[in-house]
Ligand binder design. Structure first.
Ligand SMILES: [Zn+2]
Length: 509
């Protein structure tokens, strides 16, 4: 019986250590030496615990209890530290080493008590040495906390200086007030995602399994994060989504609460990349605008890569679907400044094309909110009339043009009803685009040439005109057949990173 219990204990220990490793491996920014050091430390702890010399003198029952108790405790501690501190921090590594020394000292002391004469004295000396080393390492760990905190603050101060310098730099566009609606794509940095999360929805990236794969899969790519500025002659300055902010990208641990385990497991430390030029305020200044002039922000959904810029928009009315605010917010961090002026559409303006409900936001048909749940419970797409045609802001309902081929390319979905809603939303969008050849889609994370080439040149002045819109539709038709299938040359494929780089890229074949 006890033998079986002992084996079970070992199995549990192995699983717990395996779990720690999964979390560590999921953190793709852990450097190899640190990873190896952590592994060696864990292996030493486990080997020490199971060493027959230490435990040989105990009765079997006690031995099993000791092995079970200590290893479960250490594994839990390791898991906690790995999740909360990512185990890459110097303070944590030092603390782990200190703990190991103290455990060793305790074991030596125990052995010394039992042994007689010279052998006992030797064990006591060892215990003293080990506990001394443990205490020293503990003190160093405490001291290094301050050092790590200082470095964090330095990074933030330097970032703010760089952004202020970028804001002062000349080169702002001259604003033109000619009564036309203008739209500017604003690239606010990049986000790192697993390839399958972005393109693999039909390939087993669905539901809980999809989430597990985002934790473990190392096939990663960087995709851009876009917000869109609208300069409207009647309704002032608006933003559709706001991108990420500097702290999200450069002080991830400070921005996201250390102890918020769920967020820790779902987000990763280096998920955003951003240079000072990509700060929302700097981008707006380059276009001749001031973030303080923005009066309305429409969030396609409440995910953090769309809401980070809110911290520069304290004066704006923020429009979003109530369902996202109430049920879908895994990331409430960015809303502190604006949570008192949120606006929730009622979607009572009647059907719009294939959409059973819609919200004519200003009551003049200029901006229509269309519910497209799936990616989040209250996701919406936004249709803006330009005069020469319309743009449809997709949010994250569809990431790129190839995603319109829903039978061939799909993003990761939650599974169940959400997947059904997501596909329904995509069909309604297909219907809308098919019914109006002057409507063009604009995406939030498009990593294809549609965004980097066609969109950026058509919207360079904010006004694509009839010709620009026609070119964008021509690009769309070069990617997709009329029955929403990919033409040759547009099926995405992951290309693994070459040596020396961590991120792969996407190739279209
Ligand atoms: Zn997004």
């Amino acid at each position: 019986m006890l033998k079986i219990l002992g084996k079970l204990g070992l199995l549990v220990t192995a699983l717990a250590i395996g779990a720690v490793w999964l979390v560590v491996l999921r953190l793709k920014d852990v450097s190899t030496p640190l990873l190896a050091a952590y592994g060696l430390l864990l292996a030493a702890l486990v080997a020490g615990l199971l060493w027959p010399d230490v435990l040989g003198r105990l009765s079997t029952r006690r031995r099993v209890l000791v092995v079970l108790g200590i290893s479960a405790g250490l594994a839990t501690l390791g898991l906690y530290l790995a999740v909360v501190y990512y185990v890459t921090d110097l303070p944590v590594l030092l603390a782990l080493a200190a703990t190991a020394c103290l455990a060793w000292a305790a074991a030596a002391l125990l052995r010394g008590r039992r042994a007689a004469g010279g052998r006992g004295a030797r064990q006591t000396r060892r215990a003293l040495l080990a506990s001394g080393a443990g205490l020293l390492l503990g003190v160093l760990s405490g001291l290094s906390v301050g050092w790590a905190e200082r470095r964090r603050r330095e990074v933030l101060v330097r970032g703010e200086q760089e952004r202020q310098a970028a804001l002062r730099a000349p080169g702002a566009r001259r604003r033109i007030a000619d009564g036309a609606v203008r739209v500017f794509p604003i690239h606010t940095g990049d986000t790192i995602v697993t390839y399958g999360q972005f393109y693999g929805g039909l390939d087993g990236w669905e539901g809980p399994n999809g989430y597990l794969r985002t934790l473990l899969d190392k096939a990663q790519i960087a995709v851009p994060v876009y917000a869109y500025l609208i300069d409207h002659p009647r309704h002032g300055l608006m933003l559709v989504d706001t991108g990420v902010n500097w702290e999200q990208a450069h002080d991830h641990d400070g921005y996201y609460d250390h102890n918020y385990m769920v967020s820790r497991l779902l987000t990763q430390r280096d998920e955003y990349r951003m240079n000072p030029e990509q700060d929302l305020r700097v981008r707006l200044a380059r276009l001749g605008y001031d973030a303080k002039e923005i009066t309305t922000v429409v969030l396609t959904h409440v995910h953090d890569d769309h809401a980070g810029g809110l911290r520069h928009l304290a004066q704006a009315t923020v429009v979003m679907d109530r369902r996202d605010w109430e049920h879908g917010t895994l990331y409430p961090y960015s809303f502190d400044l604006v949570k008192d002026h949120l606006s929730f559409p009622a979607f009572d303006s009647g059907a719009f094309g294939a959409f059973p409900g819609s919200q004519d936001y200003f009551g003049d048909g200029s901006l229509i909110l269309l519910p497209t749940p799936g990616h989040s419970p209250g996701h919406m797409c936004v249709l803006l009339r330009l005069g020469t045609g319309s743009v449809l802001f997709m949010g994250d309902t569809l990431y790129t043009l190839p995603h319109l081929a829903t039978g061939q390319v799909r993003q990761m979905t939650i599974g169940g009803a959400d997947t059904i809603h997501q596909i329904e939303a995509a069909r309604r969008i297909q219907h809308l685009l098919a019914s109006d050849p002057r409507t063009v889609p604009l995406f939030a994370h498009d990593n294809t040439r549609y965004q980097s080439g066609s969109v950026s040149s058509a919207f360079a002045t904010g006004r694509p005109g009839k010709e620009g819109l026609r070119e964008l539709r021509a690009h769309m038709e070069a990617v997709l057949t009329p029955d929403w299938r990919l033409r040759p040359g547009h099926t995405p494929r992951f290309v693994p990173p070459s040596s020396g780089t961590r991120l792969g890229r996407v190739e279209f074949r």
